[in-house]
Ligand binder design. Structure first.
Ligand code: IMP
Ligand code: MG
Length: 189
């Protein structure tokens, strides 16, 4: 996250700054995939990404894993108002049987920790052999729940970010980089 990266002209009205450019995402996701591959060789890996913010991260991570893996999504929505999370609702349940398997939850960003805590609670009742988490981004400054991820792409400061799957009001997921949204585009509260 060092150096100054030019915000592409077509996004300049919305994005204040490029926090993580494409090339750094590509490199770091490769490192995460190698670490996961190493740790899960010979195990019964089930990847459980959370909808919808993981789309790009997941696609890049998945194609770099060189071990057999199963995949099933959990849908969880925080009914955000602006940039604040509120009550959680499960919008898609897991369909794979994870009993005795090694589950790796994948999320875009670990913020307050409410989402990951709720997902862990749900999964623990299903008798997996192990449950761990991999997140692209970690914003430890905002943590409310005592939860950590086992694999973290980037630790970032307390900024609202979009792109590479992350949204603001369902927009900006298609940016190929992680950028800081112009604060005048949202109102906290
Ligand atoms: P948590 O439950 O507060 O840990 O938040 C996790 C979810 O909030 C993530 O899966 C994101 O969907 C969303 N979120 C948190 N921070 C950001 C951000 O900076 N940009 C976009 N989405 C965010
Ligand atoms: Mg999300």
């Amino acid at each position: 996250m060092t150096g100054v990266h030019i915000v592409p002209a077509q996004w300049r009205a919305d994005v204040k700054e490029v926090l993580i450019p494409e090339e750094q995402l590509r490199r770091r996701v490769g490192e995460l995939a190698r670490a996961i591959t190493r740790d899960y060789v010979g195990r019964d890996l089930v990847l459980v990404p959370l909808l919808t913010g993981t789309v790009m991260f997941l696609a890049d991570l998945l194609r770099r894993l060189v071990i057999p893996t199963r995949l099933d999504f959990i849908g969880v929505s925080s009914y955000r108002e602006g940039t604040r999370s509120r009550d959680l609702v499960f919008t898609k349940e897991l369909r794979l049987d994870i009993r005795g398997r090694d589950v790796l939850v994948v999320d875009d960003i670990l913020d307050t920790g409410h989402t990951l805590t709720a997902v862990y609670e749900r999964l623990r009742t299903l008798k997996a052999n192990s449950i761990r988490a991999c997140v692209l981004l970690d914003k430890p400054a905002r943590r409310v729940q005592p939860v950590q991820a086992d694999y973290v792409g980037f630790v970032i400061p307390d900024l609202f970010v979009v792109g590479y799957g992350l949204d603001f009001a369902e927009r900006y997921r298609n940016l190929p980089f992680v950028g800081v949204l112009r604060p005048e585009l949202y109102r906290e509260g």
